[in-house]
Write a protein that binds this ligand. Sequence first.
Ligand code: SAM
Length: 226
Amino acid sequence: MRILRPNVTACTGLQMSEKKKNARDVFNAWALDYHTKGMEKGHWESVREAFSLIPESGGNYLEIGVGNGYGIAHMARNHYRGGMCYGLDISENMVRVTAERTRDLANVRLEAADFLTWEPPAGVRFSCIFSMEVFYYFADVAAGITRAASLLAPGGMLAVLVNHHTGNPESYTWSDDLGTPMVLWSAREYEDAFRAAGLSDIGHCYLPDRTDQTGTLCTMGVNHRR
Ligand SMILES: C[S@@+](CC[C@H](N)C(=O)[O-])C[C@H]1O[C@@H](n2cnc3c(N)ncnc32)[C@H](O)[C@@H]1O
């Protein structure tokens, strides 16, 4: 049977979300096939570059949308080997894959949760919050950035990496291709949202990425509030 794609530009937000799958369903399915290996391969180069900008710490690291766990496993063994690494993902199957990968690491705590409604353990704040290819799945990207900024310890850093952004025209069709809603923002919009969330020392750069000639847009900012 041939399924016709709806004219999404003519749809309201409600109609669109009725026609598209949610990220949890998409990634629960991806966790069960070859996709997680492909994502790791495609993303590792830019993630490794971004990690090189993050200081070593004995504090708490939070990774939002851990996928198959390659990033949090690296941080738990390296920069945060003397600290604690928290990871969450809206897909419980992705969390299972990450749990298997990190089972020998005592400093990793995982949870299946939607970051937008997740609460950290009482009293826990983060010296680094990191995410690769996740924030554009949030219905409200600015709310995600504000929430992340509010969970940083004084001096803590937020790093948000995305390949789906206005500087990468190849990514414009991804929402339709994948059949799940995505928010397409510019570097300027990410920076403005970091500023509105009260962060300082804000900057962005493009990191080399295997799957994307434009590079990964990496926005960083620091919490100088108490
Ligand atoms: C494109 S994958 C990237 C995974 C991993 N960061 C990587 O670099 O390969 C996006 C991940 O974000 C997760 N995700 C999407 N929306 C989320 C949300 N609201 N809260 C937590 N995780 C979410 C998905 O389940 C998926 O594992």
